[in-house]
Ligand binder design. Structure first.
Ligand SMILES: CC(C)(COP(=O)(O)OP(=O)(O)OC[C@H]1O[C@@H](n2cnc3c(N)ncnc32)[C@H](O)[C@@H]1OP(=O)(O)O)[C@@H](O)C(=O)NCCC(=O)NCCS
Length: 383
């Protein structure tokens, strides 16, 4: 293209990950002298004019979590529905879960605020240093304003932007990916990410297929920009299959119950779940999600140091461990003590693991979740 005859151009470095545009320019300008109207420089300038992503690393600066005070054991559930501790533990891995006690001021908003307060303390930061708060939840106390705004007010976060993100049990991992990318793009420096659900408000405690599973809880992480570009998300996946929503949903009113559903067993305001369908979806999706994320990062399962997975059912987690040969100490669980806390699940476990000192700098940590929607999401980090 307009190159003077005979002028051989040295091969420029092939653009790709880690190649600096300045290096490309140097290679291009190192050509033998050509006419002043050389297009090499122009081409190089065009190369430089292309928007290049800012080189910003993202680190998890702090974590926090909060559980309600009230413990609901399998024995407690067995006083309400026809079930027993052995059946629940064998089929789900759960022994007990926590449920908010409103008489003690416990609520979704309280769980969210406390978990973020602790994450900020862990990060040694003030709430006013946050540019944004994202709260992953589907069980807001109030429909308006968002829980994130309530938390921003409670924590005196000044004018930090605030919004809720609703992807059910996948909410936190969706929010983590969103917050990460916003920082990576240079628009935000510090973001508080919360995952919280108080599913107890949606549970029909006469439905033994559902009430055994869920508990309330929250966790949070503070993400910060860093000059260390090795830190941050290496690979992420976010998906949804909206056509499968009737497998797990909460009809606000009777008219929302889908055609073909057994209306005699549906209660508006209560969570409806096709346990078998969700189980099947979860086992296969969980494994595909892990594999796809590894493929995207070019890593093998053994190269990941920790898997922080949604605590939905112990059998689903064990199936993933078996499939990838992941040792127990790399895929830790707390489902026995807290049940399925939906959006709270992943950040709650993350905080527990972090406080046990099990997350070391430079480790590769994969977050994995799936839930109603149906939704599924992963986030693989170098921390
Ligand atoms: C809900 C779940 C634990 C039920 O376990 P399951 O092994 O599929 O049990 P089934 O529904 O097949 O029921 C098996 C039998 O146990 C009975 N049963 C169901 N719930 C019971 C309970 N709580 N206690 C005792 N028996 C129960 C059923 O009535 C059935 O009896 P039958 O064979 O006489 O008809 C399981 O399907 C599950 O975990 N699904 C995924 C849910 C999930 O992860 N949801 C959240 C996604 S984020």
């Amino acid at each position: 293209m307009g190159e003077s005859a005979g002028a051989k151009r040295p091969k420029a470095a092939k653009p790709g990950p880690g190649v600096d545009p300045v290096a490309i320019l140097s290679a291009m300008t190192a050509t033998p002298p050509v006419s002043s109207s050389s297009t090499h420089l122009a081409a190089a300038r065009r190369t430089l004019a292309l928007p290049t992503p800012p080189k910003i690393g993202v680190r998890i600066a702090g974590t926090g979590s909060q559980l309600p005070s009230r413990v609901v054991s399998n024995a407690d559930i067995a006083t309400i529905v026809d079930t027993n501790d052995e059946w629940i533990h064998q089929r789900t891995g759960i022994r007990e879960r926590r449920v908010c006690d409103p008489t003690k001021g416990e609520s979704n908003r309280w769980l969210c605020a406390e978990s973020l307060r602790k994450a900020l303390a862990d990060a040694k930061m003030q709430a006013t240093e946050l540019d944004l708060i994202i709260c992953g939840t589907i069980t807001q106390d109030m429909r308006c304003p968002s829980t994130a705004c309530l938390v921003a007010g409670d924590l005196k976060a000044g004018t930090a932007a605030a919004w809720d993100l609703g992807a059910a049990c996948s909410s936190f991992v969706y929010a983590l990916n969103t917050a990460h990318d916003l920082i990576r793009m240079g628009n935000y420096r510090a973001i508080g990410v919360i995952g919280c659900d108080t599913v107890s408000v949606l549970v029909d405690y006469t439905n033994r297929g559902v009430c055994i599973l869920f508990g309330d809880g929250a966790g949070a992480a503070v993400l910060r920009a860093t000059d260390d570009q090795t830190k941050g998300c290496i690979a992420q996946i976010n998906h949804a299959d909206g056509s499968s929503w009737p497998d797990l949903y909460m009809p606000g009113e009777d008219w929302m119950i889908p055609e073909g559903a057994d209306r005699s067993t549906h209660k508006s305001g209560c969570l409806q779940m096709n346990g078998k369908a969700v189980f099947k979806f979860a086992v296969s999706t969980f494994q595909e999600l892990i594999q796809q994320t590894l493929d995207k990062a070019g890593l093998s399962a053994g190269e990941v140091d920790l898997y922080v997975c949604h605590q939905s059912n112990m059998r689903i987690l064990e199936a993933a461990r078996d499939k990838f040969g992941i040792p127990e100490h790399k895929l830790l669980t707390n489902i026995e003590r807290v049940g399925n806390t939906s959006a709270g699940s992943v950040p709650l476990l993350l905080d527990e693991i972090a406080r046990q000192g099990k997350i070391k700098e430079g480790m590769k940590v994969m977050f994995v979740a799936f839930g109603a929607g149906l939704t599924w999401s992963s986030s693989l980090w170098q921390v």
